[in-house]
Design a protein around this ligand. Structure first.
Ligand code: TRP
Length: 341
């Protein structure tokens, strides 16, 4: 048992980490991994990946890429517990138990499910549940198990996930009421100040818009993709507005306030888009170069990553196994002929 504050977050293993993931989630998590006043739990949510992805190759590749990225960027695995959801069997076991105390009506209200139903209705489909698996429907229960299993106090997430934390609180309260105070009631932490990055087309950088810039790319394609970022048609020499400009949003997310102020002045002075793309490329490339080298080396050594994840899972199970024992007993799954309680 630790007395530290437990901070926990999961990353679904379906994609390749991009600059938006880095700024919004990875960078703050890595900073938190170095804080010795908290116990951070970071995990690869590979069971969550199955909800939206039935391509085994992609799930495996994404798991490797995400793990390599976090390690290359300096995750402190001495302090943080870094593991793969599927390596902790107690999580899936707990999810079932939670399913049995969760009202179906609560899940009816989940955003992801409602969005799927809405899409079917908009498409005029007679079956509102078309394409909805029980995995998608139950998604918040698995997420509650992830969180409650480690008695997380704080859960840093994006705004879109806040409802799921509310549901985890509900489910924890219900379980505790029925079977005793096993679980901590978690709180969502939404970081208001982490920048929302804009993507190649100027909309929010997101996998669903297909406008992302991968975090680790070889120098040449990286330069190429920066050159592809959409800008307006203003000419060099014309004063430009940094707000809403993708190039500026990217620069600002990485640079110091002083460097950002200097670039603001260049905008006023009318820096050309071509020149600004060059400045941005050099800046980002400088910042990512060393981590990229470590990433490339890690990608060549998947067995070393596997070892790290298994060590993390062992540490995680030091928490989950005793709690599961306690929970099983409390719900009446007990050895027969043992001590009655
Ligand atoms: N569902 C989260 C997402 O898509 C990922 C996730 C899974 C998670 N389990 C979690 C986040 C538990 C926080 C806590 O972003």
């Amino acid at each position: 048992m630790s007395n530290k504050l437990h901070v926990l977050t999961g990353i679904t293993t379906t994609g390749t980490p991009h600059l938006g993931n880095y700024v919004g989630a990875i960078r703050p998590a890595i900073e938190a991994s170095k804080r010795h006043d908290v116990l951070p739990f970071f995990f690869l949510a590979d069971y969550h990946a199955l909800i939206k992805c039935h391509d085994p190759q992609r799930v495996q590749q994404s798991t490797l890429e995400i793990a390599a990225s976090w390690l290359a960027l300096g995750l402190d695995t001495g302090n943080a517990i870094f593991y793969r959801q599927s390596d902790v069997p107690e999580i899936a076991e707990l999810a079932w138990m939670l399913n049995c105390v969760t009202a179906k009506g609560l899940m009816n209200r989940a955003h992801a499910y409602k969005a799927a139903v809405q899409a079917n209705q908009d498409a005029g489909d007679p079956d509102p549940d078309k394409g909805v698996t029980m995995g998608l429907y139950n998604y918040p229960v698995l997420m509650a198990a992830d969180i409650l299993m480690f008695r997380a106090h704080k859960v840093p997430v994006g705004r879109d996930q806040v409802q799921h934390i509310e549901m985890a609180r509900d489910i924890a309260g219900r379980f505790n009421h029925l079977f005793g105070e096993h679980f901590v009631i978690p709180e969502a932490v939404i970081s208001e100040d982490t920048a929302t990055l804009l993507g190649l087309d100027g909309r929010k950088m997101s996998k669903s818009y297909d406008n992302t810039i991968p975090l680790f790319m070889a120098e040449k394609p990286f330069r190429k993709i920066i050159n592809k970022i959409k800008t307006n048609s203003q000419e060099p020499g014309e004063p430009k507005d940094p707000e809403g400009c993708t190039l500026f949003s990217l620069f600002k997310a990485f640079a110091t306030p002083e460097e950002t102020a200097a670039i603001r002045i260049r905008y006023q002075e009318g820096i050309g888009w071509g020149e600004m793309k060059g400045v941005l490329f050099e800046y980002l490339n400088d910042h990512l170069k060393d981590a990229r080298e470590r990433y490339d080396a890690l990608m060549e050594a998947p067995k070393a990553i596997e070892e790290i994840l298994l060590t993390g899972a062992e540490k995680a199970r030091a928490f989950s196994a005793p709690l599961m024992k306690e929970v099983r007993h409390s719900i009446g799954i007990r050895p027969l002929g043992g001590q009655p309680q």
